[in-house]
Design a protein around this ligand. Structure first.
Ligand code: ADP
Ligand code: GLC
Length: 473
């Protein structure tokens, strides 16, 4: 049986800031249903002490730059997957995952280097995998350290490395001096290694060192090889294109299904949509609106408020949107300028726009269920999960045709626009509002989306085939 060990900074339900956690919370279990033995290594963040967790290794030392860091390893079995947690209190017993009060921790490079080395320790002493599958820049040092420091280690020498890019916009770029703290030698700190315009670029290290690189949708796999979406790494990704593939994320329908969702005041199915109206009412109430706006279409948003997500397109068309009569309900938090956009819209058009700042999982589910449409006008989107959730919830998405949004939404199930401009967005929203008026056609559109199947099984089978391919190579 093939043994895969995943390394990631997030996995639902243990630690989540975005879709990376959803993927790590579901893909390993789907792999294990496909006969692959899957495990996951995560940091043991503050307060992370789920029932059943056990300390299995008291002192796993990690050496970097002549410093010894002590870690202990905890384990929890869940849904056929072994989760290992690296405890290093100095680095992970903190307020946030990557930052506190809006500023990134100054030692993130070291935090995730210690984590990556501890993960390699787990691989050598405990898991002994065939494949190590690392995710995003936080785990990008895993293949790099494995090949440069442990190339002759009998437990690691034969191991193949897969590295997945969930978002090329976050590369883990640090000043050149950081490489000394991470023990990265001169021969690696070159333009064909981890150096990028004089800086240390951890994601680049992962791309260079891995045996195979994947990203989370076929379209994004093409886009990142272009200067427009390559964030400076498109040349390298073109060089590696024969070892690069896009595998679309799946969705965990145990968590995101209106027929069974425990966060909703009522459940519903494509055949019986009555519960959706109850969710709609509860959603309006949650945002402090009453039945007087019942007749207006509701557009929902659940998002990190980041430049990537394209909400700067919304701001210039605020007046027109308000005049169109739509109600826009948004949940999210993030970059100050993006938060300001929503704050300003909600202040100027209090009857039409409301925003809930922060992170709120039950409200995210209620927005998916209670809205009539779901908006994701992303500048770029590696995969995107919320648009897939909204299909299942009978909430046709309005998306920009980029990355995974383009791969998952069709003209029959949602609304797409290509040009990144406020006018293109406005025209598409207006078109959706027009279509919404034809109730029968709208219900058919909802039902088509609800019938789509993006469950993890298909993606897990594709990863399974990829692992086979990598092991043969
Ligand atoms: P990204 O990973 O780029 O943020 P995705 O669409 O892949 O985008 O995944 C986002 C995930 O995070 C979804 O599960 C979404 O419901 C969740 N999410 C984002 N913002 C919030 C929030 N403010 N409150 C609750 N859940 C959120
Ligand atoms: C990233 C991307 C998002 C993707 C998620 C999971 O955060 O921004 O598009 O769905 O990772 O792969």
């Amino acid at each position: 049986m093939t043994k895969v060990m995943m390394v990631s900074s997030e996995a639902a339900p243990f630690a989540k800031s975005g879709g990376l956690a959803d993927v790590l919370g579901a893909l390993p279990a789907a792999l294990s249903r496909h006969g692959i033995e899957a495990s996951v290594v995560l940091p043991k963040y503050r307060g992370l002490h789920p029932e059943g967790i056990e300390r299995i290794w008291d002192d796993l030392s990690v050496w970097i730059n002549n410093f010894e860091h002590h870690t202990s390893i905890w384990k929890l079995d869940k849904d056929g997957v072994a989760f290992y947690f690296v405890e290093a209190s100095w680095f992970f017993d903190r307020e946030g995952i990557y930052s506190s009060y809006g500023s990134d921790y100054g030692d993130n490079h070291l935090r995730f280097a210690v984590f990556s080395l501890a993960a390699l320790g787990i691989a050598r002493h405990i898991v002994k995998p065939d494949i190590i599958h690392s995710h995003d820049w936080q785990a990008a040092l895993v293949p790099l350290y494995a090949k440069s420091w442990f190339g002759a280690d009998p437990a690691l020498a034969h191991v193949k490395h897969v590295f997945t890019i969930h978002n090329l916009g976050y590369q883990g770029r640090f000043g050149a001096e950081a490489r000394h703290e991470l023990g990265i030698s001169d021969y690696l700190f070159t333009p064909v290694g981890v150096e990028y315009h004089g800086d240390l670029n951890l994601m680049k290290g992962g791309i260079v060192a891995a045996d195979f690189v994947t990203t989370v949708s076929p379209t994004y796999a093409h886009e990142i090889q272009t200067p427009e979406h390559g964030f400076g790494l498109d040349g390298l990704l073109r060089q590696r294109s024969s070892h690069l593939a896009g595998i679309l994320n799946g969705v965990d329908y145990a968590d995101w299904n209106p027929a069974t969702d425990r966060h909703l005041p009522a459940n519903y199915t494509p055949e019986d949509l009555a519960g959706k109206a109850i969710c709609r009412k509860a959603l309006l109430e949650a945002f402090g609106l009453d039945d007087s706006v019942w007749q207006r279409p509701i557009i929902g948003i659940v998002s990190r408020f980041a430049e990537q997500k394209g909400f700067d397109l919304l701001h210039p068309i605020g007046d027109e949107l308000a005049a169109s009569g739509a109600t826009l309900l948004a949940l999210g938090s993030g970059e100050p300028h993006q938060e300001w956009i929503f704050h300003d819209l909600a202040t100027r058009h209090h009857d039409n726009f409301r925003v809930w700042h922060g992170y709120n999982n039950p409200l995210a589910h209620l927005i998916e269920a209670g809205s009539d449409m779901f908006l994701m006008p992303s500048r770029y989107e590696p995969c995107g999960l919320n648009q897939i959730y909204s299909l299942k919830y009978g909430t046709p998405p309005i998306v920009r045709a980029t990355g995974g949004l383009d791969d998952t939404i069709e003209e029959t199930t949602g609304f797409k626009f290509g040009e990144y401009s406020p006018q293109a967005l406005l025209a598409t929203i207006r078109w959706a509002l027009e279509c919404w008026k034809d109730r029968d056609a709208w219900i058919r559109r909802m039902q088509l989306g609800m019938a789509k199947d993006f469950s993890w099984d298909r993606s897990a089978a594709t990863y399974g085939a990829l692992y086979e391919h990598v092991l043969r190579g």
